[in-house]
Design a protein. Structure first.
Length: 158
């Protein structure tokens, strides 16, 4: 399963229109239940996908999600190869964990692990800061004793 495309995310401004279009064109099916700005669909062959509200999309076009055994290792390798980490490992409801990267040409790719990743706690942030660190995190790797570095306090309002 590692290396296979297991999910695809497509931006949509109108879920009903997208579901009708792809349903008629390719036979994609959806149960019509929306959750968190997503509408899941099933493709022939068992691959899942979701339409995502335009405002929530991480890329202007489709985002394929590739199966990996370990999200953190895949993101680190992408960075070593000249890519950028866009979103560090996060929980994906009932599916495992995922992260997003940009390849050397700027294409956005998701990496998805359906196994429980060992290592740092799952991040709740959705945007990476310059240098690949997620906003508000000083170091996403756990410190001795298994605890992640504390988050920086929010600036005080004046």
């Amino acid at each position: 399963m590692a290396g296979e495309i297991v999910h695809i995310e497509l931006p949509s401004s109108d879920f009903e229109r997208s579901a009708a279009f792809y349903g008629k064109l390719f036979g994609w099916k959806t149960d019509g239940v929306q959750s968190g700005g997503h509408l899941l669909f099933e493709l022939p062959g068992g691959v899942q996908g979701s339409w995502i509200r335009d405002a929530l999309a991480q890329a202007p076009g489709p985002v394929p999600f590739v199966a990996v055994p370990d999200v953190d290792k895949a993101l680190a390798e992408a960075e070593r190869q000249g890519g950028r980490i866009l979103v560090r490992r996060m929980a994906l409801a009932h599916r495992g964990t995922f992260g997003l990267l940009a390849d050397c040409d700027g294409n956005v790719i998701g990496v998805l692990s359906t196994t429980k990743d060992a290592g740092a706690p799952v991040s709740s942030k959705t945007e990476a800061a310059p240098g690949g660190k997620v906003d508000g995190e000083s170091d996403p790797k756990p410190k001795p004793g298994g605890k992640a570095a504390p988050k920086k306090p929010a600036p005080k309002k004046r």
